[in-house]
Design a protein around this ligand. Structure first.
Ligand SMILES: *Cc1c(COP(=O)(O)O)cnc(C)c1O
Length: 402
């Protein structure tokens, strides 16, 4: 083998990517990886000595720094220290982990739950444990990268249906062999567009075709449903999702991922999923913080109302100003710019006015649909949102986006 040639190819790839980054930095168009110095309370953060208003957060209910959650994490450190004894199956399980899993199961009205150390890893390991060669996975075109990677890793036949197009899903289900094992997977709220999956129809299709249903609730926990329980509550459906997946790093201000579902499925994952068997347990402070956060969500429903109010103020205000926000109905608000350069430029202009927001460009989104991907949270006040929209409007006008 020509090792030199392989190395050259890899080096070229590295240089090409790094050159793109350097060019963006030189043109003052690089706003990724900015270090936050301090949380200033509410939606305000300190970034390199400047007070900025955070419009890029997934902490939808504003729970980062909540006194009850901080306290729970500190108590867990005092009781258990900062680490575990390794993987859960051997010495790593704490009572705290079992308590967290019970809390999640109750919150999701499921029989049981299992946790992993990240949402990303949860999707990888759960899809690839449940599905294998000869099986069929049906995945929405705009599903999160971790779902795509899980499907690829499973070795199953990987079929992508058009975004939220249930006719297309139906066609693909009909075309698959009736006897094959099937899993349909979708985000509940899509992470780039903020729109909501048509769950009722998806459930009917899964039942008609004997397929399992897995839904990723990264952006719907605490966001959808009167009590924040997510997409089933939003549509007034009972327990209709087989594999209820979510993350502990967004609305829940910790880190980790979970799946809730039938007890036999969870038992199987606990003994069959490699990310559980071969990777260490969640640290005590993070498990305790997550556990407390689910309780805070239920105890403080006014946060959910405020988030909903803020999201509709933000979406409607941007639309009134002439921006295209696609079909979002949630706290994720795409502000379409068109070409990548415009998305970078509006980011620069808005950041200069102390609004912390970031662009998403191709290939993460289709060419020509580059955007600011703004989020609102329950931590914003109405006047902050109005101010941010005025800043975005001015920049949008200067750049000819509106
Ligand atoms: C963020 C996200 C994940 C990954 O979760 P982490 O806990 O950050 O690893 C998975 N799915 C979706 C839809 C997400 O947005």
């Amino acid at each position: 083998m020509d090792l030199q040639r392989v190395n050259d190819a890899v080096s070229k790839r590295i240089q090409a990517m790094n050159a793109r980054v350097d060019e963006a930095k030189a043109a003052d168009l690089y706003y990724y990886n900015q270090p936050i110095t301090e949380m200033l309370g509410g939606s305000k953060v300190l970034v390199r000595g400047r007070e900025m208003d955070m419009f890029a957060s997934y902490s939808y209910l504003g729970l980062i720094g909540h006194p009850r959650i901080n306290e729970a994490a500190k108590k867990a450190i005092d009781k258990y220290g900062t680490g575990t004894h390794g993987v859960r199956s051997l010495a790593g399980s704490l009572e705290l982990h079992l308590e967290l899993e019970q809390t999640i199961a109750d919150f999701k009205h499921a029989e049981a739950a299992i946790t992993y150390t990240s949402g990303y890893v949860t999707n990888l390991t759960v899809v690839s444990t449940l599905m294998g060669r000869h099986d069929y996975v049906f995945s929405d075109k705009l599903n999160h990268a971790s779902i795509v990677d899980g499907c690829l890793m499973s070795g199953a036949k990987f079929l992508r249906f058009k975004h939220n197009d249930l006719d297309d899903l139906q066609k693909r289900l009909e075309a698959a062999p009736p006897e094959a094992a099937k899993l349909v997977i979708a985000d509940s709220v899509f992470s780039m567009d903020g729109d909501i999956i048509d769950l009722p129809r998806m459930v009917d299709l899964c039942r008609a075709h004997n397929a399992w249903l897995m839904v990723d609730e990264a952006h719907s926990i605490g966001v959808l449903g009167a009590t924040g329980r997510g997409i089933e509550e939003h549509f007034g459906l009972g327990d209709v999702i087989d594999i209820k997946m979510g993350t502990l790093s967004k609305t829940v201000p910790s880190v980790g991922g979970y799946v809730a579902g039938r007890a036999d499925v969870i038992k199987y994952l606990r003994h069959g999923s490699r990310a559980y068997i071969f990777s260490a347990a969640l640290p005590p402070a993070q498990a305790a913080a997550a556990n407390e956060a689910f309780k805070v969500i239920l105890d403080e429903p006014e946060r959910i109302d405020k988030l909903r109010k803020n999201a509709s103020q933000f979406i409607n205000g941007l639309k009134d100003r002439g921006f295209d926000t696609l079909f979002t109905e949630t706290a994720i608000v795409p502000v379409l710019c068109g070409k990548d350069e415009l998305a970078y430029a509006i980011t620069r202009d808005v950041q200069k006015k102390d609004i912390f927001v970031l662009p998403v460009v191709s290939p993460a989104v289709p060419e020509g649909l580059s955007r600011l991907r703004a989020t609102v949270t329950a931590a914003h006040e109405s006047e902050d949102i109005e101010h941010a929209m005025n800043v975005i409007e001015e920049a949008g006008k200067n750049l000819g986006i509106i």
